[in-house]
Ligand binder design. Structure first.
Ligand code: MN
Length: 202
C-alpha cells in the first residue's frame, strides 16, 4: 500500500488571513505531494512497504537521505494540516492544559518557549510540542524534515503540535517576517486535535 496525500481538512482559503490561499495550495498540492511521491519511491521494493509511517520514522536509518527527508516531510505535513482549523485559536483545556502548566508555568510562558523555538530554528525546520510517555510535555525543534520520533532528534517525544518554519510555509505572505507568521499561527491552532494527540500518546 502506497502512502497517499491526504485531502486538506478545510478549504485552501479557510485559514485566511493568517495563512494565505496560494501558500496553502502550493504547500499542500506541490510540496506535500512531492514528499508523498518521493516517500513511496524510497520504500518501493523494500521491507518498509506496508509499515506505518510512525514505525518508519522510529526505525529511521538516518543515513538514508531520501527516506529521512521524504518520510519526515510526509508525516510532518499530515500533522500540520490537522493541528490547524479555521475554528482554531484560544487555549487548550483539560489534561493538556494541566501538562502545559506543569511544564512551563502558564500557557503564555509555553507560547513564548514555542515561539522562541520556531524563531531561532536557523534555516528550514519545525517547532514542536511533544508528549513523553507518562504525560510530560516538552517544546523542541528540528532541522529540515526531521521529526522527534526519529532516532536522536529533538526531545525524543511524540509530536502533538507542529509549526512548519520553512520559508515555503510563509514567504508569499510574510516574506522575511517569520515572527509575524509565528504570531498568526496561534489564531488557527486546533487545540481539540492537539488534545486528542496528547491523550493518544501520553
Ligand atoms: Mn512545509
Amino acid at each position: 500500500m502506497a502512502f497517499e496525500l491526504p485531502a486538506l481538512p478545510y478549504a485552501a482559503n479557510a485559514l485566511e488571513p493568517h495563512i494565505d490561499t496560494r501558500t496553502m495550495e502550493i504547500h499542500h498540492g506541490k510540496h506535500h505531494a512531492g514528499y508523498t511521491n518521493n516517500l513511496n519511491a524510497a520504500i518501493a521494493g523494500t521491507d518498509l512497504e506496508g509499515k506505518s509511517i510512525e514505525d518508519i520514522l522510529k526505525g529511521m536509518d538516518m543515513n538514508n537521505g531520501a527516506l529521512r527527508n521524504n518520510g519526515g516531510g510526509y508525516y510532518n505535513h499530515c500533522l500540520f494540516w490537522e493541528v490547524m482549523s479555521p475554528n482554531g485559536g484560544g487555549a487548550p483545556s483539560g489534561a493538556l492544559a494541566s501538562a502545559i502548566n506543569d511544564a512551563y508555568g502558564s500557557f503564555d510562558a509555553f507560547k513564548e518557549a514555542f515561539a522562541k523555538a520556531a524563531a531561532t530554528r536557523f534555516g528550514s525546520g519545525w517547532a514542536w510540542l511533544c508528549v513523553h510517555a507518562g504525560g510530560k510535555v516538552e517544546v523542541c525543534s528540528s532541522a529540515n524534515q526531521d521529526n522527534p520520533m526519529m532516532p536522536g532528534i529533538g526531545c525524543g517525544g511524540t509530536p502533538v503540535l507542529g509549526l512548519d518554519v520553512w520559508e515555503h510555509a510563509y514567504y508569499l505572505n510574510y516574506q522575511n517576517r517569520r515572527p509575524d507568521y509565528i504570531s498568526a499561527f496561534w489564531n488557527v491552532v486546533n487545540w481539540d486535535e492537539v488534545s486528542r494527540r496528547f491523550e493518544a500518546n501520553k
